[in-house]
Design a protein around this ligand. Structure first.
Ligand code: F6R
Length: 601
């Protein structure tokens, strides 16, 4: 997730671009850049690092007369944060900022290289600058439309040319909003950035192109037909707007999950081949001779690893062990192992120390992380990026479900690479995988029911979460979320383990959340706790005929394969923890004693 902005009007462009970019920093902040047009020249200023540092350089340089420009704040997905990889990207007199992922960039890059274009960066976005330059013959909108027609993937772009007084924007599967001012037009990835300037906005639709010139905006749809401007007036206050109108970043990030999971899987699924496109840096032989996978991680990331422990043996015929990273130093690492470290921040000290063992023991290592260029990526042989954008709330939400998505992709790739999973099995699995973002959206729509449940039990003083199979790790994750943001003692247990001790804690009214979308055996565990007076909140598959008879209340989730229901149950449990914490007046985005990144052992 990155942020893009643009401005055309009567005022000086640079200060407006920097101000709007800073308001989009929550979308990414590893590098930034602007391009402004002065005297038919485009001046580009871009660098790795924070926007405020770049702004200082702009102010020192001074760009008299700039009245239009584009800007970008980056969250790396292709290529590490660096000056070269920062946007805008340029080609001839063309400058482009891009948010999204160009899936066919390798093919386009090869073609453009053959045509003589020289690439300066490792990004997928740079192909857009060269492609538009290639088609540009004085009509910028036409060149952008031609280039866009050749691009597969998602994009929100703003483009300018040294010899044109207009800025052209376009979008497909990435957000873009135009702000309408007096003699000025503004563009941003999100509404909050525009609110200090205007409250009248036009949300571009997929396939739309907009031409901004002299304070006027013309929009055309995907067929090229002019579209009437449908502007709306935004009434939110500016503080809430930073969180996209949500009261907390955590709630915003919970709601971003359909998009985040889509970003994780975009360009990586080939339903035709029934396979996953992930470069693991391993040959078929490497995969076939692999003996086992060891996973190290902490906290929520550890729970993602536990889901892989259930999935990889089935998908890839590989045994898996999972260890909390702080304990891994006491374990043996066997030859023939692939050591996988999972860390959203890529900076967790215990995980980094564990992964270093791979080099000393001569085994291959791989990281699943959300941070391109983080320390973890320097330690391992290969990295898989979850690409879900920065997470501001301390409690991991969208980074966790994106880790699950990335690990499922990894399991399928290993399964196909080892010929354990047949093409047809892969196809069916991936067809269901593609539905996952939509299914997550349906779970989010259960928020009112979950909020009521949260209010009912917020003052009970303890919680149990039970699950079996794929859902046991999710029971652990549900309990962790409840502990860390609502400060309620919560236990996560494998359903079958309750009777070996913890059942003694169950009494009248104890809330037990039963994750019941994976197999029927959990039903006997529900009956066990009901018989001791527990109130059971079951997460069950829509239309389950039994659950209403045995549970106290049922949250129905859409039907899917058990492995994908891990994600659906997670989202419901995040909402439960969130609304409980809200009911109790906890400080949700910054829970006491916790930090987003734990860089000490
Ligand atoms: C819980 C949470 C932590 C992290 C853990 C590992 O919501 O966020 O438990 O999961 O500190 O962090 P990373 O994934 O950055 O290594």
């Amino acid at each position: 997730m990155c942020g893009i902005v643009a401005y055309v009007g009567d005022e000086k462009a640079g200060p407006i671009l920097f101000d709007t970019l800073k308001r989009l920093e929550y979308r990414g902040y590893d590098s930034a850049g602007v391009a402004v047009r002065c005297d038919d020249q485009i001046e580009v200023l871009k660098a790795a690092g924070r926007i405020s540092d770049l702004e200082k350089s702009y102010l020192e340089r001074g760009s008299p007369g700039d009245r239009m420009g584009i800007g970008h704040t980056r969250w790396a997905t292709h290529g590490r944060p660096s000056d070269e990889n920062a946007h805008p990207h340029t080609s001839g007199g063309i400058a482009v900022v891009h948010n999204g992922i160009i899936e066919n960039y390798l093919a386009l890059r090869e073609r453009l290289t053959d045509l003589g274009f020289a690439f300066q960066s490792e990004t997928d976005s740079e192909v857009l600058a060269h492609l538009i330059n290639y088609y540009y013959q004085g009509d910028l909108a036409r060149a952008v439309a031609k280039a866009a027609s050749e691009v597969e993937g998602s994009y929100a772009i703003a483009v300018m040319s040294a010899d044109s007084p207009s800025i052209v924007c376009a979008r497909k599967d990435s957000p873009l909003v135009i702000g309408l001012g007096e003699g000025s037009c503004y563009v941003a990835s999100d509404i909050p950035a525009l609110l200090p300037y205007t409250r009248d906005v036009v949300r571009l639709k997929d396939g739309d192109f907009a031409v901004l010139e002299g304070g006027k905006v013309h929009v055309q749809d995907i067929s090229g037909a002019p579209r009437e401007l449908e502007s709306e007036r935004i009434e939110w206050d500016v503080n809430a707007a930073e969180r996209g109108g949500y009261p907390h970043f955590m709630l915003k990030e919970i709601h971003e999950q359909p998009r985040a999971i889509q970003e994780t899987i975009t360009g990586r699924i080939s339903e035709v081949e029934g396979d996953v496109r992930l470069d693991l840096g391993m040959t078929s032989w490497d995969m076939q001779t692999l003996q086992r996978v060891s996973i190290v991680a902490c906290g929520t990331s550890y729970h993602a690893g536990l889901v892989a422990r259930y999935f990889f043996p089935r998908a890839a015929g590989l045994p898996v062990d999972v260890e909390v990273a702080s304990e891994f130093q006491y374990m043996q690492l066997r030859p023939g192992t692939l050591l996988v470290g999972i860390s959203q921040s890529g900076e967790t000290a215990d995980t980094l120390v564990s992964l270093k063992k791979a080099r000393t023991c001569g085994v291959r290592s791989l990281a699943v992380t959300n941070m391109v260029g983080s320390t973890i990526t320097d330690i391992v042989d290969t990295s898989i990026y979850t690409r879900c954008g920065p997470e501001i709330g301390v409690a991991a939400t969208k980074t966790f479900t994106s880790q699950l998505a990335a690990l499922l992709l990894l399991g399928i790739r290993l399964g196909r690479g080892r010929n354990h999973l047949l093409a047809d099995q892969g196809r069916k699995m991936l067809a269901e995988f593609s539905r996952l973002p939509g299914l997550v959206q349906s779970v989010l729509e259960k928020r009112d029911q979950i909020r009521e449940i949260a209010k009912t039990f917020a003052h009970q003083g303890s919680y149990f979460f039970i699950g079996r199979d794929f859902l046991y790790p999710i029971a652990l994750e549900g309990a962790l979320k409840m502990k860390e943001i609502a400060y309620i003692p919560a236990e996560g247990y494998a359903g079958g383990e309750l009777k070996h001790g913890p059942l003694a804690l169950i009494k009248d009214g104890t809330p037990v959340v039963a994750l019941a979308t994976c197999g029927r055996k959990i039903q006997s565990n529900i009956k066990e706790v009901r018989a001791r007076g527990a109130e059971v909140i079951a997460l069950a598959t829509e239309g389950d005929p039994d659950m209403a008879k045995i549970a106290s209340m049922v949250v129905e989730l859409p039907a899917t394969r058990p492995v994908f229901s891990t994600v659906l149950c997670t989202v419901a449990l995040q909402l439960l923890a969130y609304y409980t914490a809200d009911e109790l007046g906890c400080e949700i985005d910054k829970p006491r004693n916790l930090a987003k990144s734990v860089t000490v052992e």
